[in-house]
Design a binder for this molecule. Structure first.
Ligand SMILES: [Zn+2]
Length: 251
């Protein structure tokens, strides 16, 4: 166990102060979501916007999410039109770059293939707000239907960003999810919570007809449930979780 005053105390999930902190946040984010249903062999990736606002730090291809360390993270400039094609970059890196370009408020992006969310995205109805997890997405989660294949071109990346709109998440029909956050803490929270909400919806519908939280109440309830204080608390708990199982894997 690593004490919070020591290493964990330095594992801030807020907007990174320097490139090495950004890389460490990406590694931690990948390790955390791997524990919550997002692992898909070596697929899926997280990224963080760097302190200059124009460079992103993203998992490079080759490692499983749970294996990612700071050295497995690469820098890509948003000002370089072909930056997403850099050697070692995941094929779908363009989803990240276009999300950052479209949303100046976004500090972190995650794309993964979690089982329950993909199943939900393959249905007509999409997400229903059945629980506090669903409340994370008070306006629902839009569905991108541009392609069921990989998103690899700038045009497709822009279309995903457009489908995302001002939301925290978009379901990629028959493929996966893209979630965004103000920083890595909020993006991880959105990724974990979306998958949990999808799993809960599956269980509830197996038990009977479901009763949803009215959309009219969801916005207000979101504000009381999902505060920065709670998100910080969750982030530190997730960091303890991965540090307990991988005591040598944090640096
Ligand atoms: Zn994908």
């Amino acid at each position: 166990m690593i004490d919070e005053e020591g290493v964990l105390g330095r594992l801030s999930g807020r907007s990174p102060a320097n490139p090495s902190q950004a890389a460490q946040q990406v590694a931690l984010g990948c390790q955390i979501i791997a524990r919550f249903g997002h692992e898909d062999l070596t697929l899926g990736h997280a990224s963080v916007r760097g302190p200059d606002g124009r460079t992103i730090y993203i998992k490079r291809k080759g490692k499983a999410l749970r294996e990612v360390r700071a050295q497995d993270v690469m820098a890509i400039s948003l000002d370089q039109p072909d930056g997403y094609l850099a050697p070692g970059a995941h094929l779908e890196t363009v989803m990240h770059t276009e999300a950052y370009l479209a949303r100046p408020d976004v500090g972190a992006v995650i794309h993964t293939h979690p089982l329950h969310s993909i199943a939900m995205g393959a249905t007509e109805q999409g997400l229903a707000i059945l629980s506090h997890d669903g409340l994370m997405f008070p306006d629902g989660v839009p569905i991108f239907e541009g392609t069921a294949g990989l998103v690899t071109s700038v045009g497709q990346g822009k279309a995903v960003a457009q489908a995302l709109g001002s939301n925290r998440a978009v379901l990629l029909r028959n493929h996966g999810i893209l979630v965004v956050g103000e920083d890595i803490r909020w993006a991880v929270l959105a990724a974990i919570t979306l998958e949990r909400a999808a799993q809960l919806q599956f269980v509830a519908r197996a038990l009977g007809d479901t009763v949803a939280i009215p959309r009219s109440a969801a916005g207000e309830l979101f504000g009381t449930k999902y505060t920065d204080e709670f998100t910080e608390e969750y982030w530190m708990a997730w960091c303890r979780l991965v540090s307990d199982s991988q005591p040598m894997g944090l640096s």
